[in-house]
Design a binder for this molecule. Structure first.
Ligand SMILES: C[S@@+](CC[C@H](N)C(=O)[O-])C[C@H]1O[C@@H](n2cnc3c(N)ncnc32)[C@H](O)[C@@H]1O
Length: 210
């Protein structure tokens, strides 16, 4: 089996990923992963939307499993077989915010205990890291913000790479609220790329990718 990262949004499939997908006769993925890889899937390829993630370990050797973003970032990279990397939501969020990846501390709250993730993220922020928090639709950004010092900058990055992408930058005192289910949260001391302010400003700034 091969686990192929398809990027976190449209147009982010690498040439290597497209080549592996084009050579596959059996493909599995979530509806979103299949949509992102659709143009690379060969006619006649058997495509299955994943309904039971527990059954993936027993797929045949020639199966290609699509994983959104990069398989090794809270993705399907735990499955047996080769992993083909993809462009992750971490890379895209940090590129939009112009934060060096060397400052990142990754915390996953996706399908996990949110209060533990908030406590872990708070510790990383206090240690001077910029937290990249993988959320799920139920994640409460307000509760996370309340656990941070008020002047810490906090950004909600939604639908990265999609036409409806939205990056909202605020502070822990005035956190932006997500408007959609697909979002990550970035928190720490970083410049607001919208205003260039080195320290968090009181007002929120919003900008869109051009
Ligand atoms: C199961 S994790 C998979 C992450 C993926 N492997 C990656 O590399 O980005 C799903 C979570 O990743 C984040 N995510 C993935 N794609 C995103 C996107 N295009 N925009 C914003 N957040 C995204 C969201 O927090 C979502 O709930």
């Amino acid at each position: 089996m091969k686990v192929v990262g398809v990027g976190c949004g449209p147009g982010m499939l690498t040439a290597e990923a497209a080549r592996v997908i084009a050579g596959a006769s059996l493909v599995y993925g979530s509806a979103r992963a299949i949509a992102l890889a659709r143009d690379a899937i060969s006619p006649g390829c058997e495509v299955h939307e994943i309904t039971d993630y527990r059954s993936l370990r027993s797929l045949p050797d020639d199966a290609v499993v699509l994983s959104t973003g990069d398989p090794m970032l809270a993705g399907l990279g735990y499955l047996p077989g080769e992993v083909v990397p993809g462009i992750s939501s971490l890379q895209v969020a940090f590129a939009r915010l112009k934060i060096p990846l060397a400052k990142a501390a990754v915390v996953s709250a996706h399908g996990k205990d949110h209060s533990r993730a908030v406590a872990e993220a708070g510790g990383e922020v206090l240690a001077g890291r910029v937290v990249f928090l993988i959320a799920d639709p139920a994640f409460d950004v307000g509760a996370f913000a309340a656990a941070l010092p008020p002047r810490i900058r906090l950004a909600v990055c939604e639908n990265l790479g999609y036409p409806e992408e939205r990056i909202a930058v605020g502070t822990a005192a005035e956190p932006p609220a997500p408007r959609d289910d697909l979002f990550v949260v970035v928190a720490g001391e970083f410049q607001d790329p919208g205003t260039g302010a080195a320290r968090p400003a009181a007002a929120l700034s919003f900008f869109r990718r051009s």
